[in-house]
Design a binder for this molecule. Sequence first.
Ligand SMILES: Nc1ncnc2c1ncn2[C@@H]1O[C@H](COP(=O)(O)OP(=O)(O)O)[C@@H](O)[C@H]1O
Ligand SMILES: [Mg+2]
Length: 291
Amino acid sequence: MGELPLPRKPCERIKRNSLILHLSRLKWEALNSQPDRYHGKSLKMNSTTTQESGAETAAVILHNVNKIYRLDSVDVPALTDVNLLVRPNRFTVLSGASGSGKTTLLNIMGCIDNANTGHVLVAGEEVQKLSDDALSDFRAKNIGFIFQNFNLLPVLTAFENIEYPMIMAKVPPAKRKRRVEKLLNAVGLSDRAKNRPGQLSGGQRQRVAVARALACKPQLVLADEPTANLDSQTGTAIIQLMRHMQRAYHISFIFSSHDPKVLAAADDTLFIQDGRITSVKRCDDLAETSV
Ligand SMILES: Nc1ncnc2c1ncn2[C@@H]1O[C@H](COP(=O)(O)OP(=O)(O)O)[C@@H](O)[C@H]1O
Ligand SMILES: [Mg+2]
């Protein structure tokens, strides 16, 4: 774990009876030695694993999360008893067939949607407890999104699309300009700064979207099937770019896909089927662990 940066916030004293806060300050050696304890039916922790020097904040923790959509008075269960922990500063792939619950799970992790039951912690914050305003602020500061259909604003140039979230976050103009130029360079589009999305290829649009997701220096980036609308070669290049950016910027990156090729890029893989996490594979595991 030597390569991991120090926690961003000082460890707080953990309340004796708060399992959830308790889980957010894990001792990572314990996680690595017993990975199956963090995605099974039970997330009970040994009460001695409280704050310790070297403990880190998990990127995301879900505890007993359920999500049911109601459609024409019929309940559609989208997520059932989801317990999982996403490690920070990793490239995590969420793998599952169409309809398995990937988008629903990412939307809950990204605070776009609410779970019906359960607890959701993102970067150590129990997000359900935040007011709407505080949640918007938290999302803007901590989470970047990349979508399948790019979701760029068509009337803005590549430069302006990347700059936009920084305007919302009230970043001063000179700082914004420096950051956009750096990101355009990082995604290989310095010479396309003035192009609008309609004047860019699909792969270039997704590069702009990657840069935009990183504009406000988030801790967590969520990418929902970002290569689904790209040809295979372009998709592979985008995966490599995201992998590179995840490492270079020390971000927790969660990437959903039903393409088995993507698994090769993963540090950790969460397998989802019919709304349930069926197994979790971590880069330093010897073997896949089944729930
Ligand atoms: N807004 C919605 N209303 C009703 N059912 C939905 C809604 N969104 C998703 N679902 C259902 O929830 C399940 C999971 O969907 P989704 O999270 O989109 O899966 P995936 O992203 O893996 O394709 C599916 O059965 C889908 O039909
Ligand atoms: Mg989806």
